[in-house]
Design a protein around this ligand. Structure first.
Ligand code: NAD
Length: 279
């Protein structure tokens, strides 16, 4: 049994998302991988999007198939309009429709302001913000076409944007990343307002420090982890499964009245821990 299977077994109800079709972008690594597996455990059929690392994506598909649901790996670069359009089209053809989008794919290209190249700025905005816009737009078209199917879900569709605590906390040396996540917040809230009358729920998850390849240097030595823990009142670095469980809940009808919310899943990182003893 994999770490993700252990961390979600008995916690995620097996039938919670039965009959729903989910797409997770960047589903072959870290948070996306755990979320794709979590959705599969909850009974959803899952498309695992990847841009590189086909083997990892196939492994995730294999794990999800073990839950007796359907899964497939689709290659697409979320920052490319034609590839996103083709991906959602293929999913509606092969899976019948889409009920849940987890717009998770993201990356960092860090540099101090005066050294940041246009390419670094643009790449991060293209993937983290434009990528989420494109996936949300194409998924919403299908949600609107199909409408509510009451046996499947109370909502016509659910979009979960993977944001970050850095939609709130400024982050020196990462202006492209922080700006992209600030953009995700206002994009998510605007889409939530625009789509709610159609019974489409748009929400976001803002993870704190989660142990994945994106931030390895922040936790992979004892000293780095000690420094990081100063920022986390709950006293542990997060695991991808912490985000997976939140995503499954948010995607389900348990949270049907949650619209336009950002769920901070951060062990209290956004509680300004420096003020616990200072200020
Ligand atoms: P990760 O590097 O393990 O995963 C990122 C995934 O996105 C990878 O599968 C990568 O291939 C994919 N990706 C990158 N560019 C893509 C593109 N153009 N098209 C399709 N897929 C692409 O990192 P992660 O920590 O799992 O990150 C997932 C999301 O969570 C990101 O949006 C990240 O900003 C966010 N996040 C992570 C943390 C954390 O502490 N790990 C904290 C806050 C937010």
């Amino acid at each position: 049994m994999s770490v993700t299977q252990e961390a979600t077994q008995g916690v995620i109800p097996a039938q919670l998302l039965k009959g729903q079709k989910a797409l997770v972008t960047g589903g072959n690594s870290g948070i996306g991988r755990a979320t794709a597996i979590g959705l599969g455990r909850a009974g959803a059929d899952v498309v695992v999007n990847y841009v590189a690392g086909r083997e990892q994506a196939e492994q995730v598909v294999e794990e999800i198939s073990g839950f007796g649901v359907r899964a497939a790996a689709y290659e697409a670069d979320v920052s490319q309009e034609n590839q996103v359009v083709a991906m959602i089209e293929r999913m509606t053809q092969e899976f019948g429709t889409i009920d849940i989008l987890v717009a998770n794919a993201g990356l960092q290209r860090d540099a101090p302001l005066t050294e940041m190249t246009m390419a670094q700025w643009q790449k991060v905005l293209d993937v983290n913000l434009t990528g989420q816009f494109l996936c949300a737009r194409e998924a919403a078209k299908e949600f609107l076409r199909r409408g509510v199917v009451p046996e499947v879900s109370r909502a016509a569709g659910k979009i979960i944007c993977m944001s970050s605590v850095h939609q709130l906390i400024p982050w020196a040396g990462h202006v492209n990343y922080a700006a992209s996540k600030g953009g995700v917040q206002m994009m998510m809230e605007t889409l939530a307002q625009e789509l709610a009358p159609h019974r489409i729920r748009v929400n976001a998850i803002a993870p704190g420090a989660i142990r994945t390849p994106i931030n390895r240097s922040a936790w992979d030595t004892p000293n780095a982890e000690k420094d990081l823990l100063q920022l986390i009142p709950y006293g542990r670095v997060g695991d991808p499964e912490d985000i997976a469980r939140a995503a499954v809940g948010l995607a389900s009808d348990l949270m049907d009245y949650v619209v336009g919310a950002t769920l901070y899943v951060d062990g209290g990182m956004t509680l300004f821990p420096g003020f616990a003893t200072g200020g």
